[in-house]
Design a protein around this ligand. Structure first.
Ligand SMILES: [Zn+2]
Length: 396
């Protein structure tokens, strides 16, 4: 079996769990954060930098790669692993979130979605079957079913309709991928939708886990799409522990430090988000207290690293004063160094969380971290606002 989840340890105090996920390109230690390489590159970082910080798996976006350079081209170049020379596991999303975010540029029907490219306005069509074909050509270890993510806020009727379509599409993706002959090589994950209605979430979970469909892993979609934090955590609280125990659980699009820990404590194994590289490009670094703004004048003569004790290349090599200078002068190296630190920070946070679970002290670790981490950075609010706006555009 090339794909298998092994539960190593479940916390006695919470739903937190540590496991191993075997894939054709290696084993992933969970819980794990997956850096996002939208265009088959984690922005500004080389493959060797990602390997040096021990990124176990990266995510790439089907919608973007389908448009450029095209799935045929990637397949001709030997698949995504070979094309970008990445030796470890890769996950591709289904493009659903991006396509639905196109708003007036897309039209949904029962068969699929017709949309206009955000690059040149050309017309394209995604169906569950065509998306499976694209993801098979890209060749990631883990692929996602084509789903419709209801934006926040959405009323009950709309959310139910989107969920039911997601279910019909999940069944079609399942059949198409089964028939491709690649079932053993690429693990297809089902996506639980249902917005913020408990009845719908639980119905979605039952449909995807208890019927004829038997996916090797499950994702929670449509969370962290701009809803208040308490609603996000409450939804996660009742739905995550109901996901099958013997399969990996992936919370899509979540990547702020506090949300990673709030996901882990509720039983999530995998996360992805563009947040660490996005805020790096604004000159912000993740630190245990929240955020360090590298533009800050107080850093002008600060000889310390971004974060004391951090083992990343940036912190081992350069001072805050030097980074501030690079960011202020808009030097590319500054963006790269901030990205290295931020991605390393989240990978390391997950490594520490995993170790704490294995040693039965995760609750102590989580509370200790959150007590220190009080600031909700401006960039996170901005990021959440952008996600909400993108999701609402998708509704019109
Ligand atoms: Zn660092």
């Amino acid at each position: 079996m090339s794909f298998e989840y092994t539960l190593l340890k479940k916390s006695g105090q919470s739903e937190a769990r540590a496991g191993l996920l075997q894939t054709p390109h290696g084993i992933i230690e969970t819980p794990a954060f997956m850096p996002v390489g939208t265009q088959a590159t984690v922005k500004t970082l080389s493959r060797d930098e990602l390997l040096a910080m021990n990124a176990q798996i990266i995510l790439s976006n089907t919608y973007h790669l389908y448009l450029r350079p095209g799935a045929d081209l990637v397949a001709d170049m030997g698949g995504l692993h070979r094309f970008m020379n990445w030796p470890r596991p890769i996950l591709t999303d289904s493009g659903g979130f991006q396509v639905f975010s196109l708003g007036p540029l897309r039209k949904i029907d029962e068969e699929g979605v017709t949309f206009r490219s955000h690059i040149d306005g050309s017309t394209h069509r995604f169906t569950p079957e065509s998306v499976m074909r694209v993801e098979e050509q890209l060749g990631a270890d883990i692929i996602m079913a084509f789903d419709e993510c209801a934006p926040y806020p959405s009323d009950y009727t709309y959310t139910r309709a989107a969920m039911e379509r997601t279910h019909r599409w999940a069944a079609r993706c399942y059949t198409a991928h089964r028939e491709s002959g690649l079932w053993e090589k690429q693990a297809l994950f089902g996506i639980v939708q249902g917005g913020f209605y408990r009845e719908l979430r639980e119905e979605s979970l039952r449909f995807l886990t208890q019927g004829e469909l038997d996916f090797p892993g499950y994702s929670l979609g449509g969370l962290s799409v701009g809803e208040p934090k308490d609603i996000f955590y409450a939804t996660l609280e009742y739905i995550a522990p109901q996901l099958p125990v013997g399969k990996p659980r992936y919370l899509m699009g979540v990547g702020s430090p506090e949300d990673l820990l709030e996901g882990v404590v509720r039983g999530i194994d995998m996360f992805d988000c563009v947040l660490p590289t996005r805020i790096a490009r604004n000159g912000a670094c993740m630190v245990p207290e929240g955020r360090l703004n590298l533009r800050n004048a107080t850093l002008a003569r600060d000889d310390r690293p971004v974060m004391e004790g951090c083992q990343c290349y940036t912190c081992r090599t350069y001072s805050r004063a030097y980074l501030r200078h690079l960011i202020r002068t808009e030097e590319i190296l500054g963006l790269r160094l901030a990205s290295i630190h931020n991605v390393h920070f989240l990978l390391d946070l997950m490594r520490q969380a995993r170790q704490a679970i294995l040693e039965e002290r995760f609750e102590e670790f989580r509370l200790g971290f959150l007590e220190n981490f009080r600031i909700i950075p401006h960039e996170v609010r901005q990021h959440n606002r952008e996600k909400r706006e993108a999701s609402l555009r998708g509704k019109k």
